[in-house]
Design a binder for this molecule. Structure first.
Ligand code: FAD
Length: 393
């Protein structure tokens, strides 16, 4: 078998690349270790920046999203027992779209497989990459149907298999992987309960950060800072809700709408960046190339940014022999990646400084927060980074 492009991983990055290629009439094969049903139900992200929505829209991939997503224009910080609204849409003229990741993945698979006729193999095992530094690379995998190892020859491999995939491990020793460990954990929760507020809430409290993020009218994501490596079983239903009530309390706010917890897992907050994102005929995209802990809700947005650039660059080369997109791919992606990394680090200190037990860090955290609500220029700069609208990417 031979395809011009093999895409490893059917997450937001891989499926977007696949869709862009199919729209230009380029054949590709998407390989995914999970079943289609599983990826269509796996909940993760939910905040998509407006530029990313427009990028999907330009590629014919946002029709359902635009019908169903909620549009947000404000977020709210709570600290010192008070609430502070931050109207970022007024400052940037752009919005956040709230649309659960599994809905986007469902839309992208449907469009790729059912509408654009793209090839995909689900539930494959033991994916391996071969001869990446030659002009004739190949990918092999064990088929779910036959149990046999299949080999696919190609011109390019798109490594879109997320933080725990195999494509990153195919990089040679000279690839640089920079890492940052925040030294904190977040208990990531999904509650079967309508949102308790009309926008995202960040609770900054001496006990630790707490977050509230709408996902849909029926489901809300909450976060609670916890020790890294903590056992989710240490967090009973009662403990979760009492800690959320405490950390999100502020004058003039209503009670939290409680509900059954349908997801409860601990994320150890860390980031990494692979440089360059290219090795021979392997191009990494999304979490395979860089992870940003969900501190600033950036990961899926970066995955989409890479995918737009990679899809367009592969089309440029495979249909017109234009090498410029592929040549500049890694450098262009990494400009936005590093900007978002820096913002996540800045925001992490705002979230975690007061609970660090270090009075100095708590003092500087409050200075950062006060500045957002007293300095219009600081507020504008924050809004630009929060929405990913800064120029120069
Ligand atoms: P993935 O979505 O991880 O997709 C990779 C795919 O590859 C998966 O389907 C996987 O099954 C498959 N795969 C793995 N190994 C192999 C293999 N060997 N062979 C073939 N396939 C393989 N980001 C935001 O922008 N906004 C948010 O609000 C946000 N909230 C988040 C909340 C949580 C709790 C978490 C965990 C993450 C959040 N993120 C958020 C991050 C976001 O979910 C990721 O950045 C995003 O999924 C990256 O997309 P991707 O396509 O690169 O990787």
């Amino acid at each position: 078998q031979r395809f011009p492009v093999v895409v490893v991983g059917a997450g937001p990055a891989g499926l977007t690349v696949g869709n862009v290629l199919r729209a230009a009439g380029v054949d590709c094969l998407v390989l995914e270790t999970e079943t289609r049903e599983f990826i269509e139900r796996r909940p993760r992200a939910g905040v998509i920046e407006e530029w990313a929505v427009r990028g999907l829209q330009q590629r014919g991939l946002a029709e359902t999203l635009l019908e169903r997503a909620q549009l947000h224009s404000e977020c709210e910080f709570r600290f010192g027992g008070e609430r502070f609204r931050f109207s970022y849409a007024e400052l940037t003229d752009t919005h956040h779209f709230i649309y659960p990741q599994q809905f986007l993945v469902t839309d992208l698979v449907r469009e790729y497989v059912d509408v654009r006729g793209g090839e995909a193999r689900f539930a494959v095992r033991d994916v391996r990459l071969h001869d990446l530094d030659s002009a004739r690379p190949s990918v092999s995998y064990v088929s779910a149907e036959t149990g046999e190892r299949e080999i696919v020859e190609c011109d390019f491999v798109a490594g879109c298999d997320g933080g725990r995939g195999v494509t990153r491990t195919a990089l040679p020793g000279q690839a640089r992987i920079s890492r940052h460990d925040y030294g904190v954990g977040w208990l990531a929760l999904l509650a079967e309960a309508p949102p308790s507020n009309d926008c995202v809430v960040f609770g900054i409290h001496p006990n630790g950060f707490a977050g509230h993020m709408a996902r849909s009218p029926e489901v809300t994501r909450y976060y609670l800072e916890c020790p890294p490596g903590d056992d989710p079983e240490n967090w009973s239903h009662e403990r979760v809700w009492s800690e959320l009530r405490l950390r999100l309390a502020a004058t003039g706010t209503g009670p939290l709408t409680e509900g059954r917890l349908i997801e409860k897992r601990v994320l150890d907050m860390h980031n990494y960046v692979v440089e360059p994102m290219v090795f021979g005929r392997l191009f990494l995209a999304g979490d395979a190339a860089h992870l940003t802990a969900p501190i600033a809700a950036k990961g899926m947005n970066l995955a989409l940014h890479d995918a737009f650039l990679l899809g367009d660059a592969l089309v440029g080369y495979l249909t017109g022999g234009d090498e410029s997109g592929l040549d500049g791919y890694s450098e262009t992606c990494l400009r936005r990646v590093w900007d978002y990394q820096e913002f996540s680090q800045w925001l992490s200190e705002v979230y975690h400084g007061t609970s660090s037990g270090d009075a100095y860090r708590a003092g500087t955290t409050f200075a950062r927060l006060r500045r957002l609500f007293t300095s219009p220029r600081a507020a504008a700069a924050f809004a630009e980074q929060y929405l990913g609208t800064a120029s120069g990417y």
